[in-house]
Design a protein around this ligand. Structure first.
Ligand SMILES: Nc1ncnc2c1ncn2[C@@H]1O[C@H](COP(=O)(O)OP(=O)(O)OP(=O)(O)O)[C@@H](O)[C@H]1O
Ligand SMILES: [Mg+2]
Length: 370
């Protein structure tokens, strides 16, 4: 039997006031995995992380770390360390004192503490500020001090709750890369919470998409991006074209959906629980969209007018008005639109293969309690 580094079995959290914050969360994480938790505000990311850390009681379910039941183990006895968004650096201590603090309360010898602290200062390139205090550190330095403090106790699992939230875009990008490198180097399991889709998809070996206390989908970033299993995931990614309609066929893994823009086809998502007549949603990643008219068979085609096109570096976001007035958003690489007139009002023909995109049941099927 495989032993997971971290395993959540039906973990549920109901706060004393009655809020159901996390419901029946199942998760298995392998040693050295970089796992991202992503989802909108209030979906239960922090609560889940705090339950793993032992900072929050688990209402029901079981938590295993390296095969050992940790459900009722106190936080300080768990092989985890947590880094919070605000870093929680002690302002009256120097960088070095902050980093060695976690070792001082562990009864190590003075020489061991000095050596481990020195290694950590080198690893995170904090030598030039080792004697500085928090107020004189930059955002990126504070971030690295917080990381050093988390890592010095040699946790088996490092839990990070939106650790980059306070950084500007460039620094954030740089530290994302550093973090990823460091994680590989140390081979420690990381659970990284963010509410930014691109950060979650870019950082995680696997991504857990959460919504309203529940797991919507767990997968590699390409699974989440190219193979969303639920309407929530399709919408949350923010780069998919979405078409609602009635399922008109479901056969051999391929479904068709009647939309105001004609019948469109794609592979089925959601474990094939789709049948004719139900309300469906087609989700197509923007980058599959081709411009012009295709003579090939097996393609979906739509026509509209350019409403607006915004260029941002090497990407372009095109808002296209369809015949019935619906507006779709296509977020794609500038190379894809070479030679295409994108002035407002221009007719725009688009097509994509029916192997690309996914059709799934829409939420509207559930609203009547059927
Ligand atoms: N100490 C608490 N007592 C009662 N309810 C709480 C407590 N902490 C969180 N909640 C509730 O539990 C739910 C999940 O909160 P949580 O902080 O886990 O969300 P989150 O995904 O981390 O959100 P954010 O992205 O805003 O940080 C929310 O409805 C929140 O209001
Ligand atoms: Mg949170």
């Amino acid at each position: 039997m495989t032993q997971f580094d971290l395993e959540l079995k039906q973990i549920t959290k109901i706060y004393p006031g009655g809020t159901l914050a996390v419901e029946a969360f199942d998760l298995q994480v392998e040693k050295g995995e970089f796992l991202s938790f992503v989802g909108p505000s209030g979906c239960g990311k922090t609560t889940t992380l705090r339950m793993i850390a032992g900072l929050e009681d688990i209402t029901s379910g079981e938590l295993y770390i390296r095969g050992v039941n940790n459900t009722h183990i106190k936080a300080e006895k768990r092989p985890t360390a947590t880094i919070f968004q605000n870093y929680a650096i002690y302002p009256h201590m120097t960088v070095r004192q902050n980093i060695e603090f976690g070792l001082k309360i562990r009864n190590l010898s003075a020489s061991e503490i000095r050596q481990k602290t020195g290694n950590m200062i080198d690893l995170l390139d904090l030598g030039s500020v080792a004697d500085a205090r928090e107020h004189s550190l930059s955002g990126g330095q504070k971030q690295r001090v917080a990381l050093a403090r988390g890592l010095i106790t040699e946790p088996e699992i490092l839990l990070l709750d939106e650790p980059l939230g306070a950084l500007d875009a460039n620094l954030r990008r740089a530290i994302q890369d550093e973090l990823k490198l460091l994680q590989r180097q140390l081979n420690i399991t990381f659970v990284f919470v963010t509410h930014a889709q691109s950060e979650a998809l870019g950082m995680g070996d696997r991504i857990v998409v959460m919504n309203a206390g529940r797991v919507e989908q767990i997968g590699k970033s390409e699974d989440i991006y190219f193979n969303p299993q639920t309407p929530f995931v399709s919408r949350f990614i923010g780069k998919n074209l979405l078409f609602e309609g009635k399922i008109s066929g479901a056969n051999g893994g391929i479904a068709s959906i009647e939309t105001p823009h004609g019948v469109l086809k794609a592979g089925m998502a959601g474990a094939g629980k789709i049948s004719k007549g139900q309300q469906g949603l087609l989700s197509v990643p923007s980058e599959y969209i081709q411009f012009g008219k295709s003579k090939a068979s097996g393609v979906n085609a739509i026509t509209g007018h350019v409403k607006q096109a915004n260029f941002v570096l090497n990407t372009v976001i095109i808002y296209m008005t369809l015949a019935n007035g619906d507006v779709v958003k296509i977020d794609t690489h500038v190379d894809k639109v070479k030679g295409q007139d994108l002035n407002p009002g221009t007719v725009l023909n688009c097509y994509w293969s029916d192997k690309q995109g996914r059709i799934m049941l829409n939420e509207t099927n559930n609203s009547g309690g059927a």
